[in-house]
Design a protein around this ligand. Structure first.
Ligand code: ADP
Length: 248
């Protein structure tokens, strides 16, 4: 089989809103376990692309396949989440009046359809998994803290941890480092690299220093399609990327 193995495959995807073509024959592939950064000017179609992948928006044209020929254009959002695609929006949405641990416990229970049942008897495996996630998202020392008392960056990490409780095969992360301190930003790059050892991650970001820290393949969108793709150096030296995005 000469076809490279892909986890997610978008082919010629187009979608218009009131005649405005938000995605224009967009094609995009990522491999299992790949970490990819998406950049591009406002209005380039980055959010619409995430909406297509998660089933929030249906394409007018084109194909979207996940894993072994699962056609995502026929699935709804809940189905797609169940298939293993998690999405982190820009603003953190943690339960402020619960502890860090309880937020993770809620997320784990929600995966089983027992949403909002805390004090459910946690198995030793579940506790171990929460401990593991706490380590990954740098919150072990703060597990008894109310989420409200975390810094903005720590809330973002907690929410990433809550998504990890669902064991996604693909995690979409929208502008994670906006509003973070420099220290939190570089820690986030390290954290996402660790997470991507066992799943694919797509990160939409504007922070070029952060993308450099990630050290991954970059896709630059403009006007609803891929303008350039490759290493950050390659993409950031493309004259069209400079004209449409970096030079602005
Ligand atoms: P980005 O995330 O790269 O800034 P978006 O995907 O949000 O770009 O937007 C692409 C274009 O599509 C924008 O011009 C936006 O106004 C338009 N758009 C996105 N979603 C909708 C929608 N649900 N209804 C109408 N227009 C939309």
């Amino acid at each position: 089989d000469i076809k490279p193995k892909s986890l997610l495959y978008l082919d010629n995807v187009s979608v218009s809103f009131d005649g405005f073509r938000a995605l224009n024959a967009l094609s995009f592939v990522i491999a299992p376990g790949e970490l990819r950064a998406i950049i591009g000017p406002n209005g380039a179609g980055k959010t619409t692309m995430m909406d297509i992948i998660t089933g929030k928006t249906r394409p007018d044209e084109g194909e979207v396949f996940f894993e072994d020929n699962i056609d995502l254009t026929t699935r709804d959002e809940a189905d797609i989440a169940q298939l293993g695609i998690g999405r982190k929006f820009q603003k953190p949405t943690v339960f402020e009046s619960h502890t860090v641990w309880d937020n993770l416990e809620l997320a784990l229970n929600r995966k089983r359809g027992t949403f909002a049942t805390l004090f459910y008897n946690l198995s030793p495996e579940d506790s171990a998994r929460i401990d593991e996630i706490l380590e990954t998202v740098r919150l072990t020392a703060r597990k008894e803290e109310l989420a409200a008392n975390l810094s903005h960056g720590q809330k973002q990490w907690l929410e990433i941890g809550m998504l990890l409780a669902h064991e996604p095969k693909l995690l979409l992360v929208d502008e994670p480092v906006a509003g973070m301190t420099d220290a939190e930003t570089s820690e986030t790059a390290a954290l996402l690299k660790e997470i991507a050892k066992s799943r694919a991650v797509i990160v939409v970001e504007h922070d070029m220093g952060f993308i450099r820290d990630l050290g991954v393949r970059v896709t630059c969108l403009a006007e609803g399609s891929v303008l350039a793709e490759g290493s950050l150096d390659f993409v950031s030296n493309d004259p069209r990327v400079i004209e449409n995005y970096l030079g602005r």
